[in-house]
Design a protein around this ligand. Structure first.
Ligand code: AKB
Length: 338
């Protein structure tokens, strides 16, 4: 008998930390795949940990042989800055890895007779605004507007959203025998995420979490974007909530496969001011990296998440003030004091 399980890829990354805690609390059997071994406290919460890349065929074959997966959280990805340095590797991991996992989910569903729910975090990087004037005029962009990303990562995310929609609605549409059941693909397009317990690596929205963590460690920080830079953000617990809530929403309530979700959208200067208030010794300077700035400038200043609120009740707990006062600052202080 294969064990009914949830599969989490990219499990040791930023979202994985919070998500595994949440899944473990619900008592689910968790199987993980990550190129890095899980930290021991996280590893203790999972039933089986596979260390390797999602592009390694043998890993998914072993998962399929041993576990009955009915829910996938596909978190593994190379983020936007990293992907610009290694675009072909980014394509392999972000696109080919996702395709392989969608096939895996389809086969799992066929083997146990129920559609596998496939949770996919996409990103505001799926948008691409041509210049700052347009960005300001566009305001809160809707899911179907400005889908013209300028980064490899954004192109990868947008394409995989479409791949997921294809698997959910049109998979092998011309086959004589239509496969029984399709992958139940559900995607949240996240803004920049800020966690109090992990520091991101390889992203371009990283200036916000980097600024906060550097200040808490008493280290200087040179912010790589202009003070007036504005994009949407969300505190990590709200991102984990969003994925869990969307995963458990009855299918018939969902009118789309990809949903915007956001919480607050301060400028870099506003983030800096709150950080300096919390850590009065913080040494934050501005050292704009024109190329990374151009990427952030191509992302919307805000997104319209009305569909997520309507269809599955998305309602973030943390606005800008609460995210700092009640989550980031106390948790980070405690972390570095320890
Ligand atoms: C990145 O900066 O690449 C990510 C994202 C916005 O998806 N944090």
């Amino acid at each position: 008998m294969r064990t009914a399980s949830v599969l989490v890829t990219g499990a040791s990354g930023e979202i994985g930390h919070g998500l595994i805690d949440r899944l473990a609390q619900s008592g689910r059997s968790i199987v993980t795949v990550d190129i890095a071994p899980l930290e021991p406290p996280l590893a203790r919460k999972v039933r089986r940990e596979f260390t390797g890349s999602i592009t390694d065929k043998w890993i998914l074959e072993r998962v399929l042989a041993e576990f009955e997966v009915d829910l996938v959280f596909h978190l593994a990805a190379l983020l936007s800055t990293r992907s610009e340095f290694t675009p072909v590797t980014a394509h392999e991991v972000n696109v080919e890895g996702t395709l392989r996992l969608l096939e895996f989910a389809q086969h799992e569903g066929e083997s146990h007779g129920r559609p596998v729910v496939f949770m996919y975090p996409s990103s505001i990087a799926a948008y691409g605004l041509p210049d700052l004037d347009t960005k300001t005029r566009a305001g809160r962009v809707h899911e179907d507007e400005w889908n013209t990303p300028s980064t490899m990562y954004g192109c990868n995310k947008l394409y995989c959203e479409h791949l997921g929609r294809y698997y959910a609605r049109y998979y092998k549409q011309l086959a004589v025998d239509t496969p029984p059941g399709r992958v139940d693909f559900r995607c949240v397009r996240f803004p920049g995420l800020i966690s109090a317990v992990t520091v991101p690596a390889g992203g371009t929205s990283d200036y916000a979490p980097e600024m906060i963590h550097a200040a808490a460690r008493g280290e200087p920080y040179a912010c790589f974007v202009r003070p007036d830079t504005r994009i949407p953000f969300m505190a990590m617990p709200d991102a984990v909530d969003a994925l869990s809530t969307l995963a458990s929403t009855p299918r018939e309530k969902l009118s789309r496969t990809a949903y915007n979700a956001t919480a607050f959208n301060p400028t870099a200067k506003e983030i800096c001011e709150v950080v300096v208030q919390a850590f009065p010794g913080a040494r934050i300077t501005w050292q704009v990296d024109k190329k990374r700035q151009a990427i952030v400038d191509s992302w919307p200043m805000d997104v319209n998440d009305g569909a997520a609120r309507r269809d599955w009740g998305f309602a973030p707990r943390y606005d800008f003030r609460r995210a700092f006062d009640e989550y980031l600052i106390p948790t980070i202080r405690e972390r570095y004091a320890a």
